[in-house]
Design a binder for this molecule. Sequence first.
Ligand SMILES: *Cc1c(COP(=O)(O)O)cnc(C)c1O
Length: 393
Amino acid sequence: MSTIAEVPISSGQINGATGRTVVNADDFRKRYFKGTTKKQWNDWRWQLANILRSREDVEKIVKLSESEACAFETCSGLPFAVTPYYASLLTGTSSCDAVRRTVIPTHMEMIKGRGEADDPLGEDSCSPVDGLVHRYPDRVLFLVTEHCSTYCRYCTRSRKMGEIHSGNIKERWQKAIDYIKATPQVRDVLISGGDPLVLPDASIKWLLESLSAIEHVEMIRIGTKAPVVLPQRITKSLIKILKSVRPLFMSIHFTHPDELTAETVQACNMLADAGIPLGSQTVLLKGVNDSVDTLKGLYHGLLKVRVRPYYLYQCDPISGSGHFRTKVETGLNMIKGLRGHTTGYAIPNYVIDAPGGGGKIPLIPDYFQGKSEGQIMLKNYQGNTYLYPDEVL
Ligand SMILES: *Cc1c(COP(=O)(O)O)cnc(C)c1O
């Protein structure tokens, strides 16, 4: 990173979803990446080449709290990385700020709580070949990379992130593809990682074409956070590749309405215009997005850019994630606060990915109140009780 020049940060745009004043990306670039042109900034390869990876990098932008500074000195495990673009959302924040807490480590990461584990979902034991998790009958999770442009501190796969493999990556991918080819019940392949969209276009094209060539693979999904942390990655040439292998769905990892910047809105619109069905995945995080108003702000903002809220995850019991986890009751209250009160499309499925490898289990507030004399008792979103005659002739 270049040194800081005295360019004042004007409080430019107002984020449409939250009303929070966010720093204008141009001002941010001129101040913290002096000499970088707009064209370079808007190039995802420049963003990747200039990722903030150290305490020194991040201290140019924010003043670290003691807990954050301590984490840089002592935490090992999940690497630290934030794209320059996403770092622009951190300017002017304190260590309590929602978006900042998701990417800057604190000393809390060193505290391993009861029931926490490095691989709580037992993925490694459901892996027929390296990089493939086959848990459900008809679909597989294909982990194509261990790298992200920005690491989320609550990462489910922190045990693997940043790993460097020796050997040819295409040979590893080929083994997974051979397994899928030989397993006709697999009709749905979810490409994730890491973030698959840190890979170059040619690799993505190769992967998608190899999977599309398998007759029993009916659909492909990509799980990514690129539109949020690296929106520059959604280029015309990438879209062309994604469009060529329909049906392709995309699940985008969103956390907070502050992420709905002009850049991210544009990336989502480009994907939606290309006819790619978009869903969101959000992890419920204490003090970050565990309020109905925050989630409503996020979900309404997402629907405006044609992203359908898909999953709200109870935070996995990853080692050192206790400070992020809410009670399950909190999650149920989020759903209660949404269902009936807003558009049904704005309501995701609230799930726990069961520790030990049980898969995703949906949790639903207690609308069903029980049975009596051929009737079922139901409670609506206002708390009123209704009876439904549950008998057939
Ligand atoms: C989440 C997940 C899937 C996909 O689940 P859906 O409910 O179909 O979105 C597939 N495999 C694994 C291992 C997963 O964790």
